[in-house]
Design a protein around this ligand. Sequence first.
Ligand SMILES: Cc1cc2nc3c(=O)[nH]c(=O)nc-3n(C[C@H](O)[C@H](O)[C@H](O)COP(=O)(O)OP(=O)(O)OC[C@H]3O[C@@H](n4cnc5c(N)ncnc54)[C@H](O)[C@@H]3O)c2cc1C
Length: 438
Amino acid sequence: MRHIAIIGSGPAGYYTAEAAQKTFGDDVRIDVFDRLPVPYGLIRSGVAPDHQSIKGVSRRFEHVALSENVRFVGNVTIGSDVQIAELQRLYDAVVLATGAPHDRALGVPGEDLANVFGSAAFVGWYNGHPEFAGLAPDLSGRTAVVVGMGNVALDVARILAKTPEELRDSDIVTHAYDALKSSMLERIVVLGRRGPHQIMMTPRELGELGNLTRAAPHVDPRDLPDPGDDAMLEPGLRKAVRVLREFAAIPEHIRAEQPIALEFAFLNQPRALIGDGAVQAIEVEKTVLERGRAVGTGEIRRIPADLVISCIGYRSSPLPGVPFDERAGRFANDEGRILAGLYCVGWARRGPSGTIGTNRPDGFDVVEKIAADMASGALGARGKAGRDGFDALAQERELDVVTFQDWKKIDEAEAAAAREGAPREKFVDIAAMMKALG
Ligand SMILES: Cc1cc2nc3c(=O)[nH]c(=O)nc-3n(C[C@H](O)[C@H](O)[C@H](O)COP(=O)(O)OP(=O)(O)OC[C@H]3O[C@@H](n4cnc5c(N)ncnc54)[C@H](O)[C@@H]3O)c2cc1C
């Protein structure tokens, strides 16, 4: 029997478990660890609460999780409850699928002012991640600035702009639902250093901004490149730019009917956040593109900002004893191999890019490498203690391990507590999750 420990129960973790099952069959036991008592990583705490169909992929992972040779080991933080070196002694292969949970800093003065957040924190707040449930953003101001031109920026802008009715069927947690209900925002600025041809937004998600009840998108036609230049874009981006052109063509009198303006501010880079205690404005510098790169022009202006959310990427969390690439913000790895018997997948391997499905080939690729390393003898002989060894360690340390069956109890309790029309009301702290287990 071979034993594999996967750290992280997000898409990369479960795709890896699925690949290992397919490759090794009954000859393997797989333990999927998570620091939370609930599985699925960003499917639960990142993917927007009003995009329920995307969260449906967790059914595929549930199928993997319920198979006999796979086990969920929740509420165990690797790096503090248990060390990587300890897992390496117990398992033939250890795969880090810990994602990239920390916000990349904007790197401008004033970033620590109140009401300035990174998207991990802000998205975590409305999605009920225990680490960020207490964030309490102040939504009583007029203007929010969302920095970034990717799908996360779109999610944040859309959630800020939606009416309570538009959010009713989502699984947004009630503390955020209530806070957004009394939001006074009238202007949401989506700000990016580069231009419409450099956005990282997908057409479907961008198009949603054109169908909101109380908000209308504003794109300045002067920001759009010559239409003939769209031909050289890859098809997805070309479609997204077409959506921006449609937004730019919305007549002013139609836009003016909507109480919230959703403005795209292309070719502007943040220089400083200004405020006295809390943020009041963002200072930006106009940029021009030079071979696709944004270069500052020295032209500075201030945009009033009562709330700033930067959606400019994420970094992984280093783990004791594991080589880390500080510049890239992920584990130092050679196509998924870190050290003998230690691998990484998903955002922990590649950094924060790609969709849920992008993590699937990663999982299969790393399992191929594990199989090759087993065959070459690089992982040593069989006979490691695996899950029995872990259970002994957990008992010795009195760890309160959460099983997949426990998670199903939490799942049921969340579904039972849902607002009318919503799929669930998430527990937003670990103690409440544990209490639901009786
Ligand atoms: C705001 C947002 C919205 C997104 N929306 C979409 C979308 O609509 N569609 C789409 O296809 N993709 C979307 N994505 C991308 C998608 O979520 C990622 O591609 C995917 O989740 C990355 O998977 P992962 O397993 O590498 O990391 P994660 O999903 O982050 O999973 C990592 C897991 O590791 C656990 N963990 C971390 N450290 C430890 C530790 N020390 N010990 C134990 N466990 C640990 C975490 O608790 C977590 O469960 C979105 C991403 C974000 C940030």
